[in-house]
Structure formats: C-alpha cells, structure tokens
Design a protein around this ligand. Structure first.
Ligand code: NAD
Length: 477
C-alpha cells in the first residue's frame, strides 16, 4: 500500500486544500494499490502561482542552458535508478503488463537523453548579419508556465516527454496526472525534489478532468502540452484559442499496417505482436487496422487470429503475461461494446468475443479479438477502440492499400511489411502519418513523434520537441 497524502506544489510537499483523496485499485483484482491526495482547483491555483513566480523571478529561466542540462541529467540518473520499482507500480495501477512497463521505463531515459542532445545542439542565441546591414540576434526564450496534462496508459513516458523539454528550455511546469496513475505521478515529485530543481519550478497535482480543465484555462498558463483523447484535445485547443496559449497535442490513432504480397508472414506476426497488441493495445500508436492483399487475405486473417490466440492474458505483474486487464471496468465495457458493434456491422469475428477470459472474472479483462471482412467505412475501422481489437481489411493493389490507410480521421502511425525495404520507404512517403515503420523497425525515441490530422499538433522528442517550449525572438542591433 502506497500513500501520498500531500501534493507536490512548487517543489514542496504540501497538504491539499481539501481532504479528498484518490483511491487507486488494481484493475487485475480490485485490491487497493494506494491512496493519493487529490488536487482541487485551489491547489491548481497555488501550483500555477508558484510556477508564475518562479518564472518571473526565480533562477531557473535565468540559468544557462548548460546549468539546466546538468540538473536534468541528474534527474534522469535518479529516475533510471528507480526504473524497476516504478514499472511495478505502474503495472499495479493501470494493468500495463510488466514486460512493457519495465521496457518503457528504461526507454524513457533514452527519450530524456534525446532531449538533452537537442538542448546541447540548439543555438539558444545566435548573432548573424542582417540583410539591411547591421546584425540580428536570434534567441530561443522559454515559452513560460507550462501546463502538462497526461493520460494513464504510459504515464512517465508522456509526463517526461513534456516536462523534460519544458525544463531544459527554462520553463516552469505544472503536471496533472490522471487519477488512475496518481501514485506514480506523485512519486515523480520525490525525484524532482532530489534532483535539486529550484523552488516553484515543478508542481504535480493529480485529479480528474475538471482539474485538467481548470489548469489549462488558467490565465497564468502560457502553454499547454497535452496527451489524451482527440475529443479532449479539441476542447483544450478551443479553450487555448481564446488567449492564444501555445499548444502541443498528442491525440488518438487508428494506424494501418499494410502487408504487401511479398511479405514474410512470420516476421509480420512477430512485429504485430508488439505493434498491435503491445501495452494491452491501450496505445495511441497501436496498429489496429491490418491491410491484407486479397490474394493472401485468408492466410493473413488466420495468422492474425492465431497470434491473438497465442497471447497470454492474465496478471500483469507476471513477466510471462503479454496482455493484462484494461485500466477500468467502463473501459473494458466500452471495448466489448465495440466488439458487439463489429458483429452488428456485419464483420466476421474470427477470434475473441464478449466473454471475460476464464478465471479472470475478478478483473477488467477482455479477450484479444480479430475481425475479418471489414470495410474501412465501418465504425470499428474508423474509431479508436483503445483495446486489443484488430480489423483485417482486404485490398486489391497498392494504390488501394494506400487509399485505405489514408482514409482515416487520424494520422499517427503505421507500417508496411515487404521483402523490398526501399519499396517500403516509397510506400511510407505516401502515407499521411507522423511516424511510420518499415518491416517493424523500432521507432526512435529521439526522432520527432506526433500526429497528422486529428492525431495531434506539434511534435515531441529530441530537438524538434524541445523547440515547442521556446519562443523565438529577433533583436536588431
Ligand atoms: P482523456 O482525454 O480522457 O484524458 C487524458 C487526460 O486529460 C487526463 O489527465 C484527463 O483528466 C484530462 N482531461 C480530459 N478532458 C480534459 C479537458 N477538457 N481539459 C483538460 N484536461 C482534460 O484520455 P484517456 O482516456 O485518459 O487516454 C486515452 C487517450 O489518450 C486515447 O485517445 C489515446 O490515443 C490518447 N493517447 C495519445 C498518445 C499520443 O502520443 N498521441 C499517447 C497516449 C495516449
């Protein structure tokens, strides 16, 4: 049992304004994981005030980029040293399988290192000859007070994708974690405190949507960095427009994996295991539409179904488990309602279904499910399900495959599988998504990450991500 009865406000552990607390229960068996202090709007106001003061008067924005990099590098070391403990906690809170959380907590350090590299390479202040004579000084200045709002599915990865670049740029930050993962959110406070950030620079205020909405509409916030659903992203973009707050949005996806005629199906299935079903398929980037050539359609359908059936579903803390429970009962119910919808829409359910897997009735479990004979206009092919439900869609030729891949409101990720890697690259150039993988090549956590269309705005990771936390200033001298 883990208890955080204080919030982390302005770098200090502080009692919340009211005694409300968040109860975090295991999605596996309902047991109590811990309690966390719940932030109120008054706590958010205190956190933003601390961030504002630290930004206006504190040392952090005035330190050199190199001095800030040193503190961030110390944070990364301390964070990495606690990777196993944090992975276990996240698995207990949200049901992400341990194989995934343990891998991701290490990878997050690579993400931080990518930002550090971007900070070292950035020309923070450049002096150049001006066209009309004289000189211009071009500066990257911190954007100000940053509100970071994140979901529960990969909490430290998405929190640090925002906090690290914000801090390297000299911003001050208020993080609002989801209630489901409030404990690991507050644990971050321990590491920020130990790393030695000055007073006021970092605050962590877990709470629900209302707390998020209050934070992002706060007049003293200059920038919103959000990961979550496209619906919430739209609401946030609307609210931000009023005062021209800067925004970056990482939203939903419905990514397509295109299997070409010449693909090696064994390799495809090894890849889809991770890219389609990784993290319980509670992943924005999951490849949930499998596009298969009509000539090999039944072969692909059978292989995807066999893959789904081969996955071990169960206790997420067991390293042998591949798929754990969904985060909440209503989320599992929502996924089942999509399975029902697929049947109603006339798709063929090849494996999986509505029954809770045997012996796992005490948790929020769903069966990995695969639909065939799916038309891309069906809702199960268009809407983000955020759970282990795949659709297999046939195509006649590559042009049709590309048309289907691009016929989506989303544009986050995707893949092509082919014996000809260079041809795969040609296909990749024609897909309207922010990331793309040829033959399952791993995504680089230092390369720009983000979405086209309704999948988001702006990019995270590396130098490209860092720039979203700066304002450019040109000074003519
Ligand atoms: P959600 O949008 O319901 O909530 C995300 C966060 O935003 C939570 O902290 C929530 O409290 C807060 N929130 C919700 N409405 C808000 C509002 N109007 N104003 C301010 N804050 C608000 O999403 P979720 O169900 O927690 O997470 C799943 C979603 O996140 C999926 O759609 C998934 O695709 C997306 N996601 C995207 C990425 C990416 O990088 N593109 C990564 C992970 C998850």
């Amino acid at each position: 049992m883990i208890t955080y009865d204080q919030l982390f406000i302005g770098g200090q552990w502080t009692a919340p304004a009211s005694p409300g607390r968040i109860e975090v229960r295991s999605p596996h068996d309902g047991s109590l994981v811990g309690h966390a202090a719940e932030a109120t709007t008054a706590d958010v106001d205190r956190a933003v005030a601390a961030a504002r003061t630290a930004f206006e008067k504190g040392p952090w924005p005035r330190m050199t980029p190199e001095q800030r990099q040193e503190v961030v590098a110390r944070f990364d070391e301390l964070h990495l040293a606690r990777a196993t403990e944090i992975a276990q906690l996240i698995t207990a809170e949200n049901g992400s399988p341990y194989w995934f959380t343990s891998m991701l907590q290490i990878a997050v350090s690579g993400q931080t290192q990518g930002y550090l590299q971007g900070a070292r390479e950035m020309a923070w202040e450049e002096r150049r000859p001006a066209t009309g004579g004289g000189e211009t000084v071009v500066r990257h200045e911190p954007v100000g007070v940053v509100a970071a709002v994140i979901p529960w599915n990969a909490p430290h990865q998405s929190a640090l994708a925002k906090l690290i670049p914000a801090l390297l740029a000299g911003c001050t930050v208020v993080l609002k974690p989801s209630p489901e993962t409030a404990l690991d959110g507050l644990l971050l406070g321990e590491i920020f405190a130990e790393a030695g950030f000055p007073e006021g620079v970092v605050s962590i205020v877990p709470g629900g949507r209302e707390i998020g909405a209050h934070l992002v509409s706060h007049p003293d916030v200059d920038k919103i960095a959000f990961t979550g659903s496209t619906g919430a992203g739209r609401a946030i973009a609307g609210a931000a427009a009023e005062s021209f707050k800067r925004i970056t949005l990482e939203l939903g996806g419905k990514s397509a994996a295109i299997v070409l005629e010449d693909a090696d199906l064994d390799a495809v299935m090894t890849g889809l295991k991770y890219s389609s079903f990784g993290n319980n398929a509670e992943a924005c980037i999951a490849h949930t539409r499998i596009l298969a050539p009509r000539s090999r359609y039944e072969e692909v359908v059978a292989a995807v179904a066999a893959l789904a059936e081969s996955l071990t579903v169960g206790d997420p803390s067991d390293p042998e488990t591949f798929i754990g429970p969904m985060v909440r009962a209503d989320q599992a119910e929502r996924i089942r309602s999509y399975i029902q919808l697929g049947i109603k829409e006339g798709a063929r359910l090849v494996t999986g279904g509505l029954d809770v897997p045997e012996g796992l009735e005490g948790g929020h479990y769903v069966q990995p499910s695969v639909f065939a004979d799916v038309d891309n206009s069906m809702r199960i092919a268009r809407e983000e399900i955020f759970g282990p439900v795949l659709v297999v869609i046939p195509f006649d030729d590559e042009d049709e495959a590309l048309r289907i891949a691009n016929d989506s409101p989303y544009g986050l990720g995707g893949a092509v599988w082919t014996a000809d890697r260079e041809h795969g690259l040609e296909i990749a150039r024609r897909v309207r998504t922010g990331t793309f993988q040829v033959n399952g090549a791993a995504l680089d956590m230092q390369a720009p990450f983000g979405g086209f269309k309704a999948s988001g705005l702006g990019r995270e990771f590396g130098g490209a991500g860092l720039r979203h936390y700066t304002e450019l200033k040109a000074i003519a001298i």
